[in-house]
Write a protein that binds this ligand. Structure first.
Ligand SMILES: *Cc1c(COP(=O)(O)O)cnc(C)c1O
Length: 450
C-alpha cells in the first residue's frame, strides 16, 4: 500500500473533495482514514481516533458489522441490480418499504426510495408540488424553510437549505423558496428568554405565510433539531407553535429526519420526540448506518392516498432508487437497531449519561452554553461566558479546537465556534466518559493556545 505522503500527494492531484478548499488541502494533505471498528477509526499512520461524529452523523450501528457486509454480498450475488421504474419491483425494495411502514408513526404507510438525503429533499419538493396540483391548488408552490437549515447539496435541496455560503456559489436559492429566522436562541435571542424567542421565531412562519398570501404556500420544512447548522435545539414551545400554524393554514409540514431519524434522539423519529404530525419525512444516513447509500421520503396517507388515488405518472426517480443491495443492507441495519434496542438505550441509558457529562462543560472557562438531545451535543465557545459574546474572528477558535481534537484522537466537528458531537448509537457509558475526558483536555489546550 502507498504510504501517507504518497496517498496525500495522489489525492490532492486527482481527487476534488466535497466541502473542501482544494488549495489549502494541497498544502496540508488530507487526513487518510484506513480502517474502523466499533466507534473508533484508524488513520494511515496507525493513530486511533474516537469518532464523535459517527462518520457524517450516519454510522449509528458502528463500524465493522460483518453481517451488513455479508448481506450486501448475498444480495449482490442473487440480484445485484434491477430498477423499480415502469411498474417493476424486487423483494428487497418491498421488504424495506414494509418495514419502514411498520417502524414509522401511524399513517406513514408509503416510502419513495432514493440514494441520499439530498435526493430525498429534491423528491420532497416535487412531491409537494405534485400533491397540490392534484388537489387543484397548483398555485401553492412556495416552500418556507429556515436560515442556516441544512437539507442537502443538490440545487433544490441546497435551495431549501439556508446556508448563505452554499447559496453563494451559484446564486441559489431557486425561485419560490423562502427562509425565515431559525430558532437559535444562543446566537440570536438577545435579551429575550428562550420561550419568548421560541414563540417569536415560530410566529415568523405565520408572518411569512400572510406576507406571501396563504394560498401560495405549499409547505414548511425543518429539521426537528438542526444538525449541520450547529446542533440547534429549539426552545420547547417552538415546534408546537409551528405545528399549530401549519394546521391553521393547511400547509404541509416536512420534518427532515435525515439526522434525527432512527434513534438519534432516543425515539425512532425526531417527530416522535417533539410530538409532531408531519406529512412527509425525508430520511437517509442512519437508515443504512452509511454502509451503502440509500435515502427515502416517508409519506403520510394524507399525501400518499392523493398521489395514488388521483393517478397519473409521477415523472421522477433515480436509476438506483430502491437499489437491491442498499435495501437489503438497510433492512439488516434496522434489524440490528431493533435487536440491540439501540433506540431505548439512547433514551434511557446513554442519552441521559451524555447529557450529564456534557453539562459539566458549563464550568469550563471557554464555554458559554451546552445543548443536548439524545446522542447529539453542542458546546458554544465564547471569550465571555456571561454575555454569549462571539469571538472577534468567528470560526477561528472552532477550527483550532477541531484540529486539537484530531491531534488528541477525537473527532469533534466545529460549526463556527460551536463544537458538536453525534457519536454512534452503540457508544457505551464508559466510552462516553472517554470522549468527555478527551474533549475536556482539548478545550483546555484550546484555551491555552488562544
Ligand atoms: C446530511 C443531510 C442531508 C443530505 O443528505 P446527503 O445524503 O448528504 O445528500 C439532508 N438533510 C439533513 C438534515 C442532513 O443532515
Amino acid at each position: 500500500m502507498l504510504n501517507t505522503q504518497e496517498l496525500q500527494q495522489s489525492d490532492s492531484t486527482h481527487y476534488l473533495h466535497p466541502f473542501t478548499d482544494a488549495k489549502s488541502l494541497k498544502k496540508k494533505g488530507a487526513r487518510v482514514i484506513t480502517r474502523a471498528e466499533g466507534i473508533y477509526l484508524w488513520d494511515s499512520d496507525g493513530n486511533r481516533l474516537l469518532d464523535g461524529m459517527a462518520g457524517l452523523w450516519c454510522v449509528n450501528v458502528g463500524y465493522g458489522r460483518k453481517v451488513l457486509a455479508q448481506t450486501a454480498m448475498r444480495q449482490l450475488e442473487e440480484l445485484p441490480y434491477y430498477n423499480t421504474f415502469f411498474q417493476t419491483t424486487h423483494p428487497p425494495a418491498v421488504a424495506l418499504s414494509e418495514k419502514l411502514a411498520e417502524l414509522s408513526p401511524p399513517g406513514f404507510n408509503r416510502v419513495f426510495l432514493v440514494n441520499s438525503g439530498s435526493e430525498a429533499n429534491d423528491t420532497v419538493l416535487r412531491m409537494i408540488r405534485r400533491y397540490w396540483a392534484l388537489m387543484d391548488q397548483p398555485q401553492r408552490r412556495v416552500v418556507i424553510s429556515r436560515i442556516n437549515a441544512y437539507h442537502g447539496s443538490t440545487v433544490a435541496s441546497a435551495s431549501m437549505g439556508g446556508q448563505s455560503f452554499i447559496h453563494k456559489i451559484d446564486g441559489l436559492p431557486i425561485p419560490e423558496i423562502e427562509h425565515i429566522e431559525e430558532p437559535y436562541w444562543y446566537a440570536n435571542g438577545g435579551d429575550l428568554t428562550p420561550e419568548e424567542y421560541g414563540l417569536k421565531t415560530a410566529r415568523a412562519l405565520e408572518e411569512k405565510i400572510l406576507e406571501l398570501g396563504e394560498n401560495r404556500v405549499a409547505a414548511f420544512i425543518g429539521e426537528p433539531i438542526q444538525g449541520a447548522g450547529g446542533v440547534i435545539v429549539p426552545p420547547e414551545n417552538y415546534w408546537p407553535e409551528i405545528q399549530r400554524i401549519c394546521k391553521k393554514y393547511r400547509i404541509l409540514l416536512v420534518a427532515d429526519e435525515v439526522i434525527c431519524g432512527f434513534g438519534r434522539l432516543g425515539e425512532w423519529f425526531g417527530s416522535t420526540y417533539y410530538h409532531l404530525d408531519p406529512d412527509l419525512m425525508p430520511i437517509a444516513k442512519g437508515l443504512s448506518s452509511g454502509y451503502l447509500p440509500i435515502g427515502g421520503v416517508l409519506v403520510h396517507d394524507r399525501v400518499g392516498d392523493v398521489l395514488q388515488e388521483k393517478g397519473g405518472e409521477f415523472s421522477h426517480g433515480f436509476t438506483y432508487s430502491g437499489h437491491p443491495a442498499s435495501c437489503s443492507v438497510a433492512l439488516e441495519n434496522l434489524k440490528i437497531v431493533e435487536d440491540e434496542k439501540l433506540v431505548e438505550k439512547v433514551k434511557h441509558e446513554t442519552g441521559p449519561h451524555l447529557k450529564e457529562r456534557w453539562q459539566e462543560f458549563n464550568s469550563h472557562p471557554l464555554v458559554a452554553e451546552v445543548r443536548n438531545a439524545g446522542l447529539l451535543g453542542a458546546i458554544e465557545l465564547s471569550p465571555d461566558k456571561s454575555s454569549r459574546a462571539p469571538f472577534p474572528e468567528p470560526g477561528k477558535t472552532g477550527y483550532l479546537c477541531r484540529d486539537i481534537c484530531f491531534k488528541n484522537g477525537l473527532v469533534m466537528r466545529s460549526v463556527k465556534d460551536t463544537m458538536i458531537i453525534s457519536p454512534p448509537l452503540i457508544i457505551s457509558k464508559e466510552q462516553i466518559d472517554e470522549m468527555f475526558e478527551l474533549a475536556w483536555k482539548c478545550l483546555d489546550q484550546t484555551s491555552e493556545a488562544l
